[in-house]
Design a protein around this ligand. Structure first.
Ligand code: GLN
Length: 274
């Protein structure tokens, strides 16, 4: 996946105006950003090594990032990033690429950071530096509501959906040989759910907070298994190991401040209503 597949780009401005105006749509689909904000132009006045950072995110991962009914790109990740920027003064452009594409953009230096409900796993910690954790999560498996599939034993010979590059996919891959199911991969959570609803896949693996939120929004699925032991890790904001440390520190500083002030709880409650 290349950066040029960016579906949407959003610009964050570290000023008080941000909260009032929301994120401005800066560009849409198609070609690479001409502002090339991942270049290393420094901005000594702000104290940051770059005048603007490129942050990559997922496309549809509600309540962390998604497009709301009014067409605004919103979510817990989107708001936390905006608040951290407002509190600490960094500027950024948010690119909604998809999870796997966001990580690929980070690895190819086309993004400075990822915020995408990204699980802090031991394997990933070898390659990326993560912020302090900001939300607890674990993997679950969901089926179409009313399905006769009630556990892994019912998956023999069936097709099961997973999202490319995710912890849910890693979990599914570890179970597939034992339970005799075949995996089919998607880049986007909502398209993965659709595959289950149409019956092509009998189940899908997803993060619990995202699946449970989707169910409350009427996505037509139901959770049948929960992996609270081996596949339970919090989410973090990621940069490549040893790179963009000023941005990482600023994110952590902003996160800590918003946890102390109650702004963090307000953001989460805005989407999850307590
Ligand atoms: N939390 C999961 C992971 O990091 C899924 C993230 C996502 O799909 N955006 O693998």
């Amino acid at each position: 996946m290349s950066y040029s597949m960016s579906r949407r780009q959003f610009v964050g401005i570290a000023s008080g105006a941000l909260a009032a105006t929301g994120l401005a749509l800066a560009g849409c689909g198609g070609s690479q950003s001409s502002s090339s904000s991942s270049s290393s132009s420094s901005d000594s006045s702000s104290g940051f090594s770059k005048s603007s950072y490129t942050v990559a995110t997922d496309t549809t991962f509600a309540p962390f990032e998604f497009t709301d009914a009014s067409g605004n790109f919103v979510g817990i990740d989107v708001d936390i990033l905006a608040k951290a920027a407002e509190l600490t003064g960094f500027k950024y452009e948010l690119n909604s690429l998809g999870f796997d594409a966001a990580v690929a953009a980070l690895e190819s230096n086309q993004a400075d950071a990822v915020i995408a409900g990204m699980s802090i796993t031991d394997a990933r910690k070898q390659k990326y530096d993560f912020s302090d954790p900001y939300y607890d999560s674990y993997v679950c498996m969901a089926v179409k509501s009313g399905s006769s599939i009630s556990g892994y034993e019912d998956l023999n010979g069936k097709t099961v959906a997973a999202k490319t590059g995710t912890m849910g996919a890693t979990c599914a891959e570890s179970l597939a040989p034992k339970y005799g199911f075949t995996l089919t991969y998607f880049d986007d959570s909502s398209i993965m759910y659709q595959d289950v609803l149409t019956g092509n896949s009998v189940a899908c693996f997803e993060d619990y907070p995202v699946m449970s939120y989707g169910i409350t929004q009427g996505n037509g699925l139901q959770i049948v298994t929960e992996e609270k032991d081996d596949y339970s890790t919090p989410y973090g904001f990621a940069v490549m190991k040893g790179k963009n440390q000023d941005l990482l520190s600023a994110f952590n500083e902003g996160l800590s401040k918003m946890k102390d002030s109650g702004d963090y709880d307000a953001i989460v409650n805005k989407y999850l209503k307590g």
